[in-house]
Design a binder for this molecule. Sequence first.
Ligand code: SAM
Length: 290
Amino acid sequence: MAEPVPAVGADGDPTPLLRDSALERIELELLLEGIYRQYGFYFRSYAYASIRRRLWKRIEEEGLSTVTDLQNRVLHEPEMMEKLLLDLSINVTAMFRDPQFYRVFREQVVPTLRTYPFIRIWHAGCATGEEVYSMAILLQEEGLYDRSRIYATDINEVVLQKAKSGIFPIERMQEYTENYIGAGGKQSFSDYYTAKYDGALFSPALTKNVVFSQHNLVTDRSFSEFNVILCRNVLIYFDRSLQAKVHRLFYDSLVNFGILGLGGKESLKFSQYEDCYEQISSEKIYRKVR
Ligand SMILES: C[S@@+](CC[C@H](N)C(=O)[O-])C[C@H]1O[C@@H](n2cnc3c(N)ncnc32)[C@H](O)[C@@H]1O
């Protein structure tokens, strides 16, 4: 039987070095298969090293010793699945993250959006919603918010609840103010929030046209046609086959000449849809052209 060697990785990584990593891989694949069949969350094609590290973090915290121990708990206790879902999803985000992205969006995409009577935007993998509020602010400043509908989805219900609350850490407002200015913001950023409940409470007007909803990019289908899909810093955690699946979903969900926005480290290169889009800026903003 494979036993974890107590030593941890040199960089402080809690993942034990295993005597039988082939067996651990079997256990890990069985766990991910079980999660998919029991709960419908598909993590089988996520980057292996990253999944392994996260699973071991949970194993350690629960005082367990093998992946199979964790499987037993996860399959029988939905609460353990909830904890694991939080471990497995990386929810790091920020308002006006990569300000240049929003600046280019404002300068090069907004003029096209102005020509539409109604604008449908999908933020896929929105985490705690900071990018959704950023987009709402941008659209409001451009006079487009009232004819926009924003669908904000994530696999993780816990982060969506935070997104809905509109309360964000007050200590990040300085950083967000700088991002907002870099993104071409037209007002004073502090006009959009009030200090409350030890946090910054954003104006409810920003979410009046936003629908927050749980959606799994891997297992759920498209639910509408969109003029803009933003899916930033999500695909980076998927392997090639899963990325291909999600790109198909996006292609099918975008109107002709619709816009796809990806994260700084993501691209359409090597995807089967590479030729169907033109890149309109180095900020990973693409237009569907065929
Ligand atoms: C790093 S955050 C990115 C947040 C935001 N888009 C940004 O760029 O700041 C990645 C988000 O993707 C979500 N995610 C991971 N797998 C997903 C899936 N299969 N379907 C939907 N969302 C997923 C995670 O829950 C997490 O909130």
